[in-house]
Design a protein around this ligand. Structure first.
Ligand SMILES: [Zn+2]
Length: 221
């Protein structure tokens, strides 16, 4: 099984900078990168899981058309992007409730949850809010055997296996190695595209399509 996911904060500064100018610039740049990624995903029929911060989704209606596209699975990435390990249960409940309300209002289907900053907490609340999957960073839980998905708290835990922060030869070698395994989960941020352009991702999509014809490795979840 292959999962490709994108964290759409949109840009870090879009959420956290105090300067309105930097906030807008960062947001626009990351949005442009996101749009550039959607086109090849559509063309190669690659389904992407997009982790969306619902505090941004609430305001950014221009993104809705894309989030509702058949090549996108929208996952929830919290309302404020505050890490769940600093939220009390009550606060986490409030965030999850708020995200569900926005999703309902904007007609977005939500099955997957991606913890902000990859801090897994208040897991028992996810099932209550109708989630079936959550994504987590396996590097932070090295004590566990986390190379394959597993069940916990009535949910399927999907480990991340390769961060596409660069497209060096080394990364390509790692991609090929991971594609030979039973499960691979590649992920990136919209702003990572700034560093290496969209071409390496197009190549990755092309390679996946080729492998899809050859093997039964790639399935949708
Ligand atoms: Zn994030």
């Amino acid at each position: 099984m292959l999962v490709i996911s994108l964290d759409l904060e949109l840009g870090f500064a879009a959420l956290h900078s105090k300067s309105r100018r930097i906030k807008t610039m960062d947001f626009e740049l990351a949005r442009e990168n996101f749009f550039n990624l959607i086109e090849p995903a559509k063309r190669y029929r690659i389904k992407l899981t997009v982790a969306a911060v619902f505090g941004l989704i609430e305001k950014a209606d221009s993104l809705l058309e894309y989030l509702r596209s058949p090549c996108i699975e929208t996952a929830c990435h919290g309302y404020s992007h505050r890490s769940f390990d600093v939220l009390s249960e009550k606060e986490a409940f409030w965030e999850l409730k708020k995200c569900r309300e926005i999703a309902k209002r904007k007609n977005i289907k939500l099955n997957s949850f991606v913890f902000p900053r990859n801090e897994v907490r208040h897991l028992h609340l996810l099932k209550k809010f109708g989630y079936s999957h959550f994504i987590f960073d396996s590097n932070r839980n090295s004590a566990l055997d986390v190379s394959l998905p597993f069940e916990i708290a009535g949910l399927k835990a999907m480990p991340r296996t390769l961060y596409l922060d660069s497209f060096s030869i080394k990364t390509h070698a790692k991609i090929l190695w991971q594609l030979n395994k039973k499960f691979a989960h590649f992920w990136l941020h919209a702003w990572n595209i700034n560093d290496y352009g969209i071409r390496p991702l197009k190549n990755l999509f092309r390679m996946i399509k080729f492998l899809e014809k050859e093997t039964k490795f790639i399935k949708e979840i």
